[in-house]
Design a protein around this ligand. Structure first.
Ligand code: NDP
Length: 297
């Protein structure tokens, strides 16, 4: 029987652990604060930000939200970031990416105080991750690590294949998998659009992590029997539904499930973990900045 890994259940477990940390922080007079910043009309970005704010509300994290006109000059966004950097009640800052074309994503990431960079994308935090001394692990790859752990799948000595090399998923995922640490120690291969014979590489994997953005690219014929398959992809494809579309992953779930030992669904797999790990980083940020010892889940 293939184990379908329930991301909502694992995320619930993380949130429960965080509630204890938040109680400890409250006892020390600290309420963790997360500020979200949105500079986009994109409905998907709006949805992601409102889900993050709802998650704050649910946990008792002090969520504040800042919206800017997508046509506003870069300085307006930088001023908001500077104010949040200086606000002692804000422990984490999340600027929803991408920002409009007239602003460089990199410039925004560099503007955020690294100690408040709960996405983990500031160059200082990227460097620390690569050096094996992560301050904030990027939320999606960290969530994937938790899912693999929750499925009782051993990464040590396993061959893990990451399909995708983006700065937000593929690269940090590979970096976590090669760390000399629990959830790491995997022999890790990274594939991308120039990889020749992708199926030959993924068929050699004990763990396949697909973060590609191509609907159902990885199918059952590309999976070794018993492998663990983690599908990061979220793709809207036209469908005869009320909304006119449905969400599918980068993995063809039905054919992959027939081969895999464990697999994540879309939706309900990696997605809920990304938000739970953002809350984790926010709580961690509050502990670090306020010098309160907490026992993170
Ligand atoms: P990017 O578009 O930034 O990167 C995609 C990567 O996939 C690139 O490295 C690209 O290669 C590679 N790629 C594209 N086509 C192929 C192919 N045919 N064969 C092999 N590799 C290929 O995407 P992201 O990393 O930002 O996101 C990936 C997916 O994950 C998306 O569906 C996104 O929506 C989803 N996502 C989900 C999250 C969640 O919380 N569930 C969070 C973040 C992302 P190259 O570098 O050569 O161009």
């Amino acid at each position: 029987m293939t184990h379908v890994i329930d991301g909502n259940e694992v995320a619930d477990g993380v949130r429960e652990g965080l509630r204890d940390c938040i109680d400890d922080l409250e006892s020390a007079g600290v309420t963790p604060g997360l500020a979200t910043v949105l500079m986009s009309d994109d409905p998907a970005s709006e949805t992601y930000v409102s889900m993050k704010q709802r998650a704050c509300e649910d946990l008792g994290i002090d969520g504040s939200h800042h919206e800017l006109d997508p046509d506003a000059p870069a300085d307006e966004l930088f001023d908001v970031v500077d104010e949040l950097n200086d606000d002692p009640g804000v422990h984490g800052i999340l600027v929803q990416m991408p920002v409009p074309d007239h602003i460089e994503n990199e410039a925004v990431l560099r503007r955020i105080d690294p100690i408040k960079d709960v996405d983990g994308f500031h160059p200082e935090n990227v460097g620390r991750l690569v050096a094996g001394d992560a301050r904030y692990k990027p939320c999606t790859p960290h969530g994937v690590q938790k899912l693999i752990e929750a499925a009782d799948v051993e990464t040590e000595g396993a061959h893990a294949v990451v399909v995708g090399r983006s700065d937000i998923v593929g690269k940090p995922m590979a970096n976590l998998l090669i760390q000399k640490a629990p959830g790491g120690n995997a022999t890790t291969t990274v594939c991308h659009s120039r990889t020749e014979d992708l199926g030959a590489v993924t068929r050699d994997a004990d763990i396949v992590i697909a973060a590609v953005g191509v609907p159902e690219l990885v199918d059952g014929s590309m999976i070794a029997a018993g492998a663990t398959v983690i599908d990061v992809g979220v793709n809207r494809v036209d469908a005869d539904t009320e909304k006119g579309y449905e969400l599918v992953g980068d993995v063809d779930f039905e054919s992959a499930r027939e081969r895999a030992g464990a697999i994540t669904p879309v939706p309900g797999g990696v997605g809920p973990m990304t938000i739970a790990m953002l809350m984790y980083n926010t709580v961690k940020a509050a502990g670090v900045q306020e010098d309160v010892a907490i026992d993170l889940p």
